[in-house]
Design a protein. Structure first.
Length: 496
């Protein structure tokens, strides 16, 4: 980790020196074939190949790798288009046409990243190829070359893929360091600005935009998850941001690229009756994530007056609500389970868990909000009723899944309303959630997860006790009412 941090600092310093000294031209010269614009750091930064990392760039047999590459292109890459399909297949063939010692480290790393992503997303027959973890280790072995060599689009793609893989880890520090590198390299070759792609053909320009927006999504995700500022400033982007109208157009009869040049990223219901541009939808959610951070966590937001913060909060809440309304009902959290092919459910799960995180953070009901969880514990132990967040019913309705924050919300709702109509369903979801957290604790031994699990178990016990007490009270009232009614009938009969 220290080596990666030092590498990141070196890269940042040298990029600043290079940009100040020579600048980056807004309209680079045309290049041969499918090459992308490059900014050379080799003259500034000493070669990073002094180790043996590039001497063992072996690959599994081509006939074992190509089917997995095809699965990746058909599933994961079709929704989150990190690579152009033709360019990736050409890269794979070129890499196999030379020996391990002659292979380009960035191309070799790209193949390993793709194999890792494919195995993470889709169950594949991978006994003839390295595991996902081994592929990640292989890509990491040439990371210094990828980061400090000639800056090409492929280098950025490799690093974006690495962040996609590493962000699932509990330790987000490597992802934070890599995403900072990604954004600096993306700016160095102008991925954030359409003028840098004006001389390229539409396929190359579109792929550059895809890579930038994927990096943008990861940047905003990590920012919100860690409560640290994102690297990319929205005002510095000179690319068309896809609009909700593009999504609406593609739900019905999608027949090609929209005005933003983004034609990938479509997910479809199993029966083919509804489509949604997941990629565009995810970009728009990332913009909202940036707003949530800016309005709630940034230093600037802390300096605002209460009225200004309240207005900002309403603004981002309204934006989130409008975004939710743009999602077709077929892809909602409840309907998606039955309507969407199983291979696409991971994407919907990520979409809705991120949405729920934004919703709960805005409403100050997040699982990691210490004050909120403490108020629930006081409610369970002392009966001190907590003040429920605004839009509580909507938050509860959205939380009917087994995500950690959702589990806390459903528990809080059952504590507050021990006889609500969805009590049995919510209790079942909480039990499933606790089992999932148990498994995570056993696998990781993480102390924070252990504490979270203990808190959830305590709250669930209090909830069950309150539900039993409420049921007893209800039965007592019902019995008393029935008894009084019977007595009245008997007395009435006596008068007759």
């Amino acid at each position: 980790m220290r080596q990666l941090e030092a590498m990141m600092q070196q890269l940042t310093d040298d990029l600043e020196v290079a940009e100040e000294g020579t600048g980056v031209q807004a309209l680079p010269q045309s290049e041969r074939g499918t090459e992308t614009t490059t900014t050379t750091l080799s003259a500034i930064i000493p070669s990073a190949n002094g180790n043996n990392s590039t001497k063992s760039m072996a690959l599994p047999p081509r006939e074992h790798v190509l089917p997995i590459i095809q699965i990746y292109l058909k599933d994961f890459n079709a929704v989150l288009p990190l690579f152009d399909a033709k360019a990736l297949l050409q890269l794979v063939h070129n890499c196999y046409n030379v020996g391990p010692l002659q292979r380009d480290p960035a191309a070799w790393a790209a193949i390993n990243v793709v194999l890792a992503l494919a195995q993470r997303h889709t169950p594949v027959n991978s006994h003839n190829v390295p595991s996902s973890a081994e592929c990640i280790n292989r890509a990491e072995s040439v990371l210094s070359t990828v980061m400090l060599g000639d800056i090409q689009l492929l280098n950025v793609q490799v690093l974006v893929g690495m962040v996609m893989l590493l962000q699932a880890s509990h330790d987000l520090q490597p992802s934070l360091i890599l995403i900072a590198t990604v954004m600096r390299l993306a700016h160095a070759i102008g991925l954030h600005d359409r003028t840098y792609s004006a001389h390229l053909d539409i396929v190359q320009a579109r792929q550059r935009a895809h890579v930038f927006w994927l990096a943008y999504i990861l940047d905003k995700d990590l920012s919100l998850r860690t409560k640290q500022p994102s690297i990319q400033i929205d005002d510095d982007i000179n690319l068309e941001l896809p609009s909700p109208t593009a999504i609406e157009h593609q739900i019905g009869d999608w027949s090609g690229a929209n005005d933003s040049g983004i034609e990938s990223g479509i997910i479809t219901t199993a029966d083919g009756t509804a489509k949604m541009n997941y990629f565009v939808t995810r970009i728009q959610l990332a913009v909202i994530e940036g707003g949530v951070y800016d309005y709630l966590y940034s230093t600037r937001s802390q300096k605002r007056s209460p009225n200004e913060r309240s207005h900002a909060l309403r603004s981002v809440a309204c934006a989130l609500q409008q975004w939710k309304a743009s999602i077709p009902s077929e892809f909602s959290a409840s309907a998606g389970i039955m309507r969407v092919p199983s291979g696409m459910l991971q994407f919907l799960g990520a979409l809705h868990s991120t949405t729920l995180a934004c919703t709960t953070i805005i409403n100050q009901a997040h699982a990691w909000d210490a004050e909120w969880v403490a108020s629930l514990r006081r409610y369970g132990r002392q009966g001190i009723v907590p003040r429920l967040p605004p839009q509580w019913e909507a938050v509860v309705d959205e939380a009917r899944c087994t995500y950690m924050t959702a589990m806390v919300i459903l528990t809080a709702n059952s504590m507050h309303k021990p006889q609500h109509n969805n009590l049995a369903l919510d209790s079942q979801l909480i039990e499933v959630g606790l089992q999932t957290v148990d498994q995570m604790v056993q696998e990781t031994g993480n102390e924070m997860l252990k504490s979270f699990r203990a808190t959830c178990a305590e709250l669930h016990q209090h909830t069950q006790r309150r539900c039993v007490e409420a049921a007893i009270r209800a039965n007592t009232v019902e019995y008393s009412s029935s008894f009084l009614a019977t007595q009245n009938e008997s007395e009435g009969s006596g008068h007759i």
